[in-house]
Write a protein of this length. Sequence first.
Length: 337
Amino acid sequence: MSSNPQVIITGFADESANQKTAEQQFCAFAALGLQYYSIRFIDAGKGVKNVMQLTRSEITKIRHLEDEYGLNVSSLGSPIGKVKLLDVEDKSHNKYVPFQKYLKKDVAKACDLAHAFETKLIRGFSFYHPRGTDPWDHVPQVVDQLGQIAEACHRSDLIFGLEIEANLVGQSGQLLAEIHRQVNHPSLATIFDAGNIVTQGCSATEVLEQYRAMKKGIGWLHIKDYRHPSPVQRTDHVDEEALKHFVPADMGDSGHEAILRDFRDSIPALERKLKRRGVPGVFLDLEPHVKGGGQFGGFSGPDGLGVALRGLCRVLDYVDIDYHLRDFDDVMAARGF
């Protein structure tokens, strides 16, 4: 029996589906051997919707299809926190919502949806500061607002995961780690995403430094990478819609081998911590974007998702991290044998 730590591979299922129908998403994930998925955009028969816009009947249909395909939701891929921090015109298209209204409506809705899909994890973000301002100047307000979001999640026995991403206040590992430290709440975790760092013009060495800064607060990882076709310059603002060079984890500029080799030692303690909260294990969440990415999502297709999964598995095999994919016994058990 292997003594290696084990992770659970999941992914944003909408990336695998050409038309984003629930059946396409679930067919692709079941065929790839995955048993968990993050729900973000999905067509349950009434057009493609963000998970936050799903009706009760659509949720019921999706849950029935999950049973049919043997799938469970790992996290709610919500857009919570992808709104303006301040009501300031900054030539961006980001919307502003007064925070108390946002907390009572959107955050409460996300908590309800997490329960409806029987997941303990909500993915979220750290708010857009006005373009051209220093994100560090906005940390106090972000800490206050995320503290209230974390408390709302805590009252619902959920965990809010704060994803590192360009253009938001929490755009670097150091910023996200400081936000996590100051909020200091058991229902706030951070989500490391190497691809979201390297797109900002950071080297593999800097990506590893940012991972280590975040390490104490990490709840789960998103897996994507990026390979710049030419030398890049550090940038304060990333045009997310123009990013075209996402690649699997074994091909990019981020250095996933070094990151996952370091993360390996953290897995057992993190797994115990998560299981105490009702989470089945440590998730690595594929969000490959290999056919394109943008501000609110990305696309890989069923073929691209498969390539990204195999790339991740190659890195995990190399650094001695185990993972489970469906095998013949699982298939037969589903048939009642």
